[in-house]
Design a protein around this ligand. Structure first.
Ligand code: SF4
Ligand code: SF4
Length: 217
């Protein structure tokens, strides 16, 4: 739906603050100026991200330094500088349902490399929380796997790789998938057969519980 605000301003879908008038929200505002279409930020999504992350995202000038330094950019469906661009453009659903949010390792390389001081890792972490809250994360298998990993850390104090992978495969009914690779990794000593629990698991569980209660997840 194209919402006509004036002969100059054209809005693809009515803005949040105009919701009362139309009952719908927008992804992008398009401004027509001198016969050119200018894409403007979605006011509510950009505000939402900046408010919850405390990071001024709109300063990005798309230099790609974040993406160039990201160790997992090749596995992402939306690379870091594009995540930032989509946030500025207001592509809420695209960002919050992306695989990239759950591929990110939170290594903060991108944040350190950004010449504008934009903490991209923090932005991604904020987007993850919004993704869970909005229910969009549920579409992602990576989010499910992420939950299993946190569960494992909560139980053992560190990740028990074999147990986590087995739980994942069983839940998918993929009983023998990657079995040969797993056996090879055990033989080479890359993953252990049994979990290695830390001593003070009680404190760690209390920390995780506190975080969950703080975020409501
Ligand atoms: S490094 Fe910073 S300024 Fe450059 S594209 Fe990434 S977020 Fe934008
Ligand atoms: S924090 Fe995430 S997005 Fe940034 S460089 Fe590390 S893996 Fe890539």
């Amino acid at each position: 739906m194209i919402w006509q605000a004036s002969p100059v301003f054209r809005i693809r879908r009515p803005a949040k603050d105009l919701r009362a008038a139309s009952g719908k929200s927008i992804d992008i505002i398009e401004i027509k100026f001198k016969n050119k279409n200018l894409i403007m930020p979605h006011p509510s999504f950009l505000d939402e991200i900046e408010k919850y992350s405390g990071v001024t995202v709109a300063q990005c000038y798309q230099c790609y330094r974040c993406t160039n330094g990201c160790p997992v950019a090749r596995d992402m469906d939306i690379v870091p500088h594009r995540v930032i661009a989509y946030i500025i453009k207001g592509e809420r659903e695209k960002v919050l349902s992306s695989k990239a949010l759950w591929t990110c390792l939170q290594c903060i390389t991108c944040s350190v490399r950004c010449p504008n001081g934009i903490d991209i890792a923090r932005v991604i972490e904020t987007a993850r929380r919004l993704s869970i809250e909005s229910g969009l994360a549920a579409r992602r298998d990576t989010r499910f796997f992420d939950g299993l990993m946190i569960d494992s850390v909560e139980r053992h104090g560190r990740l028990y790789e074999l147990g986590t992978i087995m739980r994942y495969r069983l839940s998918k009914k993929e009983f023998f998938k990657d079995a040969a690779l797993g056996l090879d990794m055990i033989r080479r000593g890359r993953i252990g057969l049994a979990p290695h629990n830390i001593r003070d698991r009680k404190t760690l569980r209390a920390i995780i519980r506190e975080i969950r209660e703080g975020t409501g997840k």
